[in-house]
Design a protein. Structure first.
Length: 167
């Protein structure tokens, strides 16, 4: 299995993957909207024998108290149902964080499972005084500093790309 960057020809397969991995096509449509409007846009695929088994996306988020920070949000991540729990998601997260580092991203935020993401260095964002613009429990809104100290003394509210407001 290889992890690679998305190319133009992948968009229909990515849509189908996200539609199969989530209860509706909402996330698949979100990926399409973000592809058209978000920069930077980190989109990686897990592929084997020409079959896309997983997808991960990172797009810009902003922290109101420090808008100059380079931050990305991880969302969504999808693994085809028949390949879930096989390590594909972990490989996508690790490769995605590496791509974010290459872009000099200072921190990555995720709204996700509190038992899954800490293995990649994510901690509750409330540890930094950071909250989501959405009303979500503190334990599921997580952050990972890619440049140590970049979030120190910068409490505030994280806002996602405007495309998220349409879901």
């Amino acid at each position: 299995m290889k992890i690679r960057k998305e190319i133009n020809e992948d968009s229909e397969k990515i849509f189908a993957l996200n539609a199969s991995a989530f209860p509706s096509e909402v996330e698949a449509r979100l990926v399409d909207r973000l592809r058209e409007t978000a920069t930077p846009f980190v989109s990686l695929l897990a592929e084997e024998d020409g079959e896309i088994k997983g997808h991960i996306l990172f797009t810009p988020v902003t922290l109101d108290s420090a808008p100059e920070l380079s931050m990305l949000g991880l969302a969504p991540m999808a693994v085809a149902p028949q390949f879930q729990n096989s390590g594909i998601g972990s490989r996508l997260v690790e490769a995605g964080l590496e791509e974010c580092r290459k872009l000099d991203t200072q921190a990555v935020i995720v709204l996700g499972h509190p038992d899954y993401y800490p293995r990649f260095g994510f901690v509750p964002s409330v540890n930094y005084g950071i909250k989501s613009e959405y009303d979500v429990p503190d334990e599921v809104f997580l952050v990972r500093e890619l440049i140590p100290g970049s979030l120190s003394h910068k409490p505030g509210i994280v806002s996602y790309h405007p495309a998220f407001a349409r879901i």
